[in-house]
Design a protein around this ligand. Sequence first.
Ligand code: NAP
Length: 241
Amino acid sequence: MKIEGKTVLVTGANRGIGQALVAEALSRGAARVYAGTRQPLAHPDARVTPLNLDVTDAAQIRAAAESVESLDILVNNAGIALYDDLSERAALEQHLAVNLFGTYGVTQAFLPLLTGSQGAIVNNVSTMALAPFPFTPAYAISKAAAFNLTQSLRALLAGRGVRVHAVLTGPTDTDMTRGFDIPKASPESVARAIFDGVENDEEDIFPDPMSASIADSWRNGAVKAMERENAAFVAAEPTAA
Ligand SMILES: NC(=O)c1ccc[n+]([C@@H]2O[C@H](COP(=O)([O-])OP(=O)(O)OC[C@H]3O[C@@H](n4cnc5c(N)ncnc54)[C@H](OP(=O)(O)O)[C@@H]3O)[C@@H](O)[C@H]2O)c1
């Protein structure tokens, strides 16, 4: 799947990794980039179409899907990460609303277009889907759920010709990690690695030095093998003629 000439939608496109993904898609020659944001966005490149898209708002998701004619690549990037200690159920619900149900809702709405184009879904998850950071456990739970959603979608949509990628992103220098004094990748380098992963057809993309350090053991490990064995139970649906 080459980005050149394709139509790409990025959620959470106004800052951080999402903003970098929009710039990277444009520099790779995307024909159209839909930039999903909660606030109005102005972009100098005429190939960018802003979309009013709060991923927790069903009406906005519906309106966005109705306004897009065709789509090759959906990047579910919008996300929140707040400190918590699991003492408040509300914190868990807040993270699940954006990071799990937001991803789910946007994906369902755009699935007919992606099926039509034999396109791709790219879910920006986190290494915390695999190993939680105990200061943001609700976030980690929501990312683990979003990763599992990604794995099931991958199996369920394979027969319809839709590729589903998980991005196991590590620490990246955005507002989300402000205050953490740890090595961080730049959002630009992460965006490049994400689209490299899509173009190279990597199911699970490890887009920064920290996440890349676990890529081989993940790809060759028992859990990945079990994912493939389980996926094989899904009968491939015939592709529409
Ligand atoms: N930075 C990291 O170290 C890191 C590591 C692993 C994974 N990730 C993941 O990468 C993705 C992007 O994160 P980032 O680092 O770029 O964070 P960021 O700079 O905080 O940006 C988050 C983006 O998500 C948007 N967003 C939040 N809630 C939304 C909602 N309900 N509907 C639509 N958009 C919403 C924000 O929009 P507003 O401006 O309107 O708030 C913003 O554009 C997230 O899914 C995050 O979990 C990041």
